[in-house]
Design a protein around this ligand. Sequence first.
Ligand code: 13P
Ligand code: SF4
Length: 337
Amino acid sequence: MTATIAPASRMPGALPLPDLYARVSRHVPAIEWPALAPDIEAILRLKREKNAVILAHNYQAPEIFHTVADIVGDSLALAREAVTVDADIIVLAGVHFMAETAKLLNPSKTVLIPDMGAGCSLADSITAEDVRALRRTYPGVPVVTYVNTSAAVKAESDLCCTSGNAVQVVRSLNAPRVLMIPDEFLAQNVQAEVPEVEILTWAGHCEVHERFTPADIRDVRESYPGVTVIAHPECPPDVVAESDFSGSTAMMMDYVVQKRPAQVVLVTECSMADNIAAANPDIEFIKPCNMCPHMKRMSLRNIRRSLETLTHEVTVDPALADRARAAVERMLAVRTR
Ligand code: 13P
Ligand code: SF4
């Protein structure tokens, strides 16, 4: 990982439909466009009528990312942007913990998620009681919690981190030992960069990234000599070790756009390559990739329905909101450059 933190990208605003199609034409066959266009038009109209913005994660499908999203980014960028939204409604095209984080950071807004079932295997891997038990086992050891967790788990933590700032967050504590939970692989990858700190962790994994193996990387290098390999730090450490670069989804995008490799493989969720490829036709993106079933619960159809019916509203239990917010705000206060 590097210290470069990519900002969120603001999308160009409502373009005419043919221009929107041009942005996704490599990924959406012309025959499918007439089925999508009415939902896109409706979403653009509903955003204006209801004073809503759509924050979309980098793993969203190209027809969401490139046509209706107002702001796109990694988890860190979406959290930072959520603080400053002044529209009345935030629709989070991503997963539940991202919507909950937006609600924590901008509590007066209505935060909607189009499908409440959009979870995350990491968030599901640990409970607030687990964190309390860890604190009893390791008294005095600061707890850094990945943002991919519930508000209840954040509320038991000292501060949060994302894959875009985990190294800086750990260093900021100046502590000899740190509990970094629940992503075991992220913790191990950070440990490699911060050897002066002993990092204790938890056995949570991302169901998408844990499936990549070093053999996958070697196979792709054999088939495409000279290919650049970029892995998300939720991948196992032996996969990251075989890669040329590792960073958050936004850092991966930045790396590709700045270094402009002729051929690149993004060892992460499938839509990432599609979303970068649209604006970089000269770069060849080699897949393998794995699909996140939670991210893929978002669709144009359910984003439209979410705006029409103002569902599903994401709220945070007031009994824990202040403590959870404090953990996220302490993360945002850590200098990343
Ligand atoms: P980023 O913060 O890198 O966007 O990652 C979020 C995520 O869920 C990756 O699986
Ligand atoms: Fe969670 Fe992994 Fe999906 Fe990201 S890709 S939302 S970490 S399951």
